[in-house]
Design a binder for this molecule. Structure first.
Ligand code: FCB
Length: 414
């Protein structure tokens, strides 16, 4: 009998607080300009609900975030009380290796406690090793443009896998959304290190694929029972009508965005982690979605797309975990329906034989949404950033019911 994993995701930089990495330095440097910069971003106008926050420069410094670093037990108690049986989180490389080649044993111990806290509560840990932030020394050596970067990452991964060997961690995610990170950081120049170059973008993409392969082999050699994959952001590109140009654009978008990275690492992944957020109806150009129902961030809500994206990645015939799927919705107006309908789309794919084994809502907590700061609210649990109080949103209870109903099914599937 296969166990289905239900849970939520977080990432270290977005929730922990007190980090010192390439992002924290960048945030401090750019915060004063961010309200002005935001106004020139294409996304700014689509976020009327959160304008006020986007105009305040304090919004853009992660600072203490949700102080999850100190509240993780309380947060995992909440996850457990909400019916979850798994949790995805990330380890912050800059804490583990703050100076080149020097590992911080106290921080290694910290994450050991985090993992044990999950296991003690019956929450299966899904460990992400790289969710976009890097140590300062790594950045200073050129980040992912440095030829040696995959080797540096491999050394960090080896250290962690060896340190946690006795914990029997089964699920490892090496890299979160390589193309989203590389696109914003090396092509659009909106995220650190603010580079705009096609050549560098493709270089970083190739390097991240190589990095994954080294990390995959390192984990498997130390822990042969581990299951290792990446978390991949795939978009449902839909060609409007029968127009051959639209079909051609769809083919290109699928190839470059959805499959190129996965093709590169094809033989060296045990599962595919899918992050699903976007639908793009192509009508002569991209992003012509009609009748949009949108989140606080202006992102279209399109559950059906999840079904199509799952069908698309089933070409690799690997087990799939939905490692992220969520909505920014401060008033909690859409979230329940959002989850319900995405779970339905997932079940439709499963009923057609697609091997989906888990669903992780993004996110357990409200958190720091990168260059949009704290304004978007994705959490099942609301955070009061002044008092650090946690308040469970009613959609979190609805998600709990969905989980409980499914666990009552005879085959304990989804
Ligand atoms: C994904 C990221 C995650 C979060 C969500 C909203 O692309 O992986 O960290 O920012 O979007």
């Amino acid at each position: 009998m296969k166990k289905f994993f239900w849970g939520a995701s977080t990432s270290a930089h977005q929730v922990e607080g007190g980090n010192k990495n390439d992002w924290t330095e960048w945030e401090e440097k750019t915060a004063h300009e961010m309200p002005e910069r935001a106004k020139h971003r294409q996304w700014f106008k689509s976020m009327p609900n959160i304008y006020t926050f986007l105009k305040n420069h304090h919004n853009y410094v992660s600072g203490g975030a949700c102080d999850h670093y100190h509240h993780y037990e309380e947060d995992f108690n909440l996850a457990k009380s909400l019916g979850h049986n798994a949790h995805r989180f990330s380890i912050e490389w800059s804490r583990i290796e703050p100076r080149k080649g020097e590992f911080n044993e106290q921080e290694i111990e910290h994450y050991r406690n985090v993992i044990k806290a999950l296991q003690e509560r019956g929450l299966e840990p899904f460990v992400t090793l790289y969710h976009w932030t890097v140590p300062l020394w790594f950045r200073d050596e050129g980040g992912w443009l440095n030829r040696r970067s995959p080797k540096y990452f491999e050394r960090y991964v080896q250290k962690l896998t060896e340190s946690y060997k006795d914990l029997g961690i089964k699920f490892w995610i090496t890299i979160n959304e390589p193309e989203v990170y590389a696109g914003h950081s090396y092509l659009k120049g909106e995220w650190p290190p603010e580079i705009r170059s096609y050549r560098k973008y493709f270089k970083v993409m190739r390097r991240l694929a190589h990095t994954h392969v080294l990390a995959y082999r390192a984990i498997k050699s130390i822990n042969p029972n581990a299951e290792v994959g990446i978390a991949k952001n795939n978009i449902y590109f839909e060609a409007h009508g029968i127009n051959p140009w639209n079909k051609f654009l769809k083919w290109c978008a699928d190839y470059f965005w959805n499959y190129q990275f996965l093709n590169r690492i094809k033989g060296e992944q045990d599962f595919i982690g899918l992050n699903y957020y976007f639908h793009n109806r192509i009508n002569w150009s991209f992003g012509k979605n009609e009748n949009k129902k949108v989140s606080d961030m202006g992102w279209e809500i399109y559950p059906e797309g999840l079904y199509h994206v799952l069908c698309g990645i089933w070409r690799y015939k690997k087990p799939i975990y939905i490692t992220e799927n969520g909505v920014a919705d401060e008033e909690d107006k859409f979230r329940e329906e959002f989850i319900r309908e995405h779970v339905m789309a997932m079940r439709r794919a499963m009923s057609e034989g697609i091997d989906v084994r888990g669903y992780f809502y993004w996110s357990l907590l409200d958190n720091f949404e990168w260059d949009k700061g704290f304004a978007p609210r994705f959490g099942l649990v609301e955070i009061d950033y002044v008092t650090q109080d946690r308040r469970v949103r009613s959609s979190a209870e609805a998600y709990k019911n969905i989980i409980e109903e499914s666990l009552r099914l005879p085959e304990n599937s989804a």
